[in-house]
Design a protein around this ligand. Structure first.
Ligand code: HEC
Ligand code: HEC
Ligand code: HEC
Ligand code: HEC
Length: 184
């Protein structure tokens, strides 16, 4: 009898393990690291000696990617696809916000869709790499989730799935949004 109970306990653990493994598969789209939002990056990256990346970003179309979904043009595009409010639709927000991070659902509460396309859409969720000691060591930062983006990152959104797709030339587009660290 005792043995029977033990065996059942063992089965229970086995079943739990399998359930976790299955939910792990279902959650495959959830990033491994947590998001923090642009205000956290701004603690350091608004400084002139760091290159004022936040100020440069604020002047790009990416910072207004949520607002643009409220324009008559956006509503017209959406209406053709049977979407009532583009600012509430995952079908638009997947490419127009970091909060949705390439999916049709909001993946984090640390960032709201209003933030548009911010640092972490391109550089990855930042909670584990944003510490000063980690940031100063590029390899450590990459190990903690920092993405060094390239043309393929842009093409996750700048592709024909976009209802407003225009040919995308990496070099000319990068020139419009580049945000270098100044030479020391
Ligand atoms: C505590 C300060 C601090 C915070 C917060 C911070 N960074 Fe950094 N970051 C740095 C420093 C310092 C460097 C090294 C750059 C330099 O000055 O040479 C750096 C470098 C980088 C680089 C360049 C990596 C490379 O070597 O090519 C990227 C990209 C970056 N940060 C993105 C971010 C993002 C995105 C966030 C927010 C999620 C963030 N940082 C938050 C301090 C910070
Ligand atoms: C696959 C990613 C993606 C999806 C999905 C997407 N967009 Fe966009 N959207 C973009 C990109 C990238 C641009 C910038 C224009 C370009 O170069 O393609 C853009 C630009 C726009 C613009 C600015 C107009 C212009 O011509 O620049 C509007 C308005 C817009 N999108 C509305 C929407 C609406 C409404 C939806 C949902 C029905 C949507 N988008 C879904 C990626 C996307
Ligand atoms: C998460 C999706 C996403 C990613 C990743 C992304 N973009 Fe965009 N991009 C957009 C959307 C959406 C717009 C339009 C926003 C608007 O009109 O307000 C846009 C607009 C732009 C514009 C302005 C277009 C114009 O005609 O003025 C430039 C330039 C640009 N992106 C460059 C880039 C580059 C370079 C990369 C890669 C390093 C990149 N983008 C990555 C979604 C994205
Ligand atoms: C649309 C995509 C995109 C967004 C949004 C974006 N970056 Fe970048 N970032 C890039 C790319 C591409 C590079 C160049 C990577 C390389 O080749 O070294 C880069 C480089 C950097 C560098 C290193 C610059 C250098 O001179 O080495 C820093 C620091 C940085 N980004 C910080 C940020 C911060 C902070 C934000 C948000 C305010 C941000 N980025 C938003 C795409 C992006």
């Amino acid at each position: 009898m005792k043995k029977g109970i033990c065996w059942k306990g063992g089965l229970g653990i086995l079943t739990l393990g399998m359930a976790l493994a299955i939910s792990g598969v279902a959650l495959a789209e959830t990033p491994e690291h947590e998001f923090v939002g642009v205000q956290k990056c701004a603690l350091c990256h608004k400084k002139p000696e760091q290159g004022e990346q936040v100020k440069i970003w604020q002047e790009t179309a990416h910072a207004k990617a949520f607002e643009v979904l409220a324009t008559p043009a956006a509503k017209e595009t959406a209406a053709k696809l049977g979407i009532d409010d583009p600012q509430k639709s995952g079908k638009c927000l997947k490419c127009h916000s970091t909060a949705y991070y390439f999916t049709e659902q909001q993946l984090t509460q640390a960032i709201q869709p209003e933030e548009g396309i911010s640092c972490e859409s391109c550089h990855g969720p930042g909670k584990d790499f944003m510490k000063k000691s980690v940031m100063e060591d590029k390899d450590a930062a990459k190990a903690a989730g920092l993405i060094i983006p390239d043309e393929s990152t842009c093409k996750k959104c700048h592709n024909p799935e976009s209802p407003n797709y225009k040919d995308f030339d990496y070099k000319t587009n990068w020139e419009k949004i580049k945000h270098p660290v100044p030479e020391k």
